[in-house]
Design a protein around this ligand. Structure first.
Ligand code: GLU
Length: 426
């Protein structure tokens, strides 16, 4: 029945990412006064692809998996977006994530449209061999869609440079030559970019520091809580610590840790690499995976998965500043609560855009077969993140909009204008 005054149905509705994405879009479309025709077009995804494919498992059985690739909009350039492996992946979730990729690329003004892919699978259940076979077969299934000029995958939840290398190799074997620019987030040896692995966490850190500056918060006095200790959360925690912040809470999918006197990120990483999880780390209070969300802190970085900040817990959040490392961690209901309480939120499509920005650099480097130093990559990333943060903040202050709405409005405006310029075919 009702939990925290909310029925199960309401809770399910609130957690529906596609509804969230469309709602956020509607608000942005209202702000910029988007004409009804474009509203209809941009409110939907352009292409959605579902496949069911067999994989030979180690024990000789054949299992059939379901995967998706969705392209929301390709008016500003090739479709771009990651591939996630997760048991909860659904077509609606992938549609929302694809739409967010369109806005994300537009916010940082890189010449890509938005896409996303996913396979319904618990990666922890797969052996390395099964993971490779699943990846190669899925790459073959979506091979009719992807390519350097058309749609370029990248890592996302539970996928990594190795998975990208297999996708690139599969496409290359079919083509008969190496198509490095068809995938980003690859290992350096096969056309990856220096700085790509850290890029999302680095972008989150740049946004967090820019927001602190705007709010008059000193990094040396800021206590930071991070949910998720994967590629985004652990890097953001490390870089924020380097910038002088104190990391007081962290978590992964198995549990969380809290220490009001600070946790040392290098030690956490060592422990996580050795034990495969954070749980049991000495000298910290165990708080559960969702613990960091409501921990006593100044800055909160949700960097795990979607739907973590909802109407159920938003009032318990103590941070003054939220910087979204994950995609879609906040529901519209929680957004309203944060606005009414004056919480400053840097939205996902801006805060975590560092990843796709360096993916863009990787694609450019692959196409030119000319590679940059890590310093160059980081400098260019910093310039783009700073510019984008400033543009969104300006819009927010000028129009009196929360940062999420300002970012979406800016993005929708850019995509709408590209769509208008190109005109309606035929
Ligand atoms: N999956 C990442 C994201 O959500 C990166 C996408 C990319 O690099 O294409 O932004």
């Amino acid at each position: 029945m009702s939990v925290f005054g909310q029925t199960k149905l309401q809770a399910r509705e609130e957690a529906d990412e596609w509804r969230t994405a469309q709602r956020q879009f509607d608000l942005a479309a209202d702000v910029i006064g988007l004409e009804p025709e474009l509203r209809m077009v941009l409110r939907e995804v352009q292409r959605e692809f579902t496949c069911h494919f067999p994989v030979a498992m180690d024990d000789g059985r054949v299992e059939v998996f379901t995967g998706y690739r969705v392209q929301h909009n390709i008016n500003r350039g090739p479709a771009k977006g990651g591939i996630r492996y997760h048991p909860d992946v659904s077509l609606d979730e992938v549609k929302a994530l694809a739409m967010w990729m369109t806005w994300k690329c537009a916010v940082v003004n890189i010449p890509f449209g938005g896409a996303k892919g996913g396979v319904v699978v618990d990666r922890r259940r797969l052996s390395r061999r099964e993971l490779e076979h699943l990846t190669r077969r899925f790459a073959t299934e979506i091979g009719i869609l992807i390519g350097p000029d058309r749609d370029i995958p990248a890592p996302d939840v539970n996928t990594d440079p190795q998975v990208m290398a297999w996708i690139m190799d599969t496409l290359s074997m079919h083509a008969g030559y190496s198509v490095t620019a068809a995938v980003t987030g690859k290992p350096i040896e096969v056309g990856g970019s220096l700085g790509r692995v850290e890029a999302t966490g680095r972008g989150v850190t740049i946004c967090a520091l820019a927001a602190m500056e705007h709010l008059g918060m000193e990094p040396h006095r800021a206590r930071v809580a991070v949910q998720g200790f994967g590629n985004v959360g652990s890097v953001a925690a490390r870089l924020l610590e380097e910038a002088g912040c104190m990391i007081v809470a962290v978590s992964d999918e198995y549990g969380g840790l809290y220490n009001p006197n600070g946790l040392q990120v290098a030690r956490l990483m060592e422990y996580r690499d050795r034990e495969g999880r954070l749980q049991g780390f000495p000298g910290a209070e165990e708080i559960g995976s969702a613990g960091p969300l409501t921990a006593d802190c100044d800055v909160l970085v949700p960097a795990a998965i979607g739907n973590q900040l909802t109407s159920r817990n938003a009032r318990d959040v103590r941070a003054r500043l939220i910087v979204e490392g994950a995609n879609g961690p906040t529901t519209p209901e929680a957004d309203e609560i944060f606005q009414s309480r004056g919480v400053f939120l840097v939205p996902d499509i801006l805060a975590n855009a560092g990843g796709v920005t360096v993916s863009y650099f990787e694609w450019v480097q692959d196409l030119q077969s000319f590679f940059w130093s890590e310093h160059e990559v980081n400098q260019k990333l910093q310039a783009i993140m700073h510019r984008s943060f400033a543009e969104v903040l300006k819009m927010s202050l000028e129009k009196g909009l929360p940062m999420r709405l300002a970012a979406s409005a800016l993005a929708v405006k850019r995509v709408a204008s590209a769509t208008r310029d190109r005109g309606l075919y035929p």
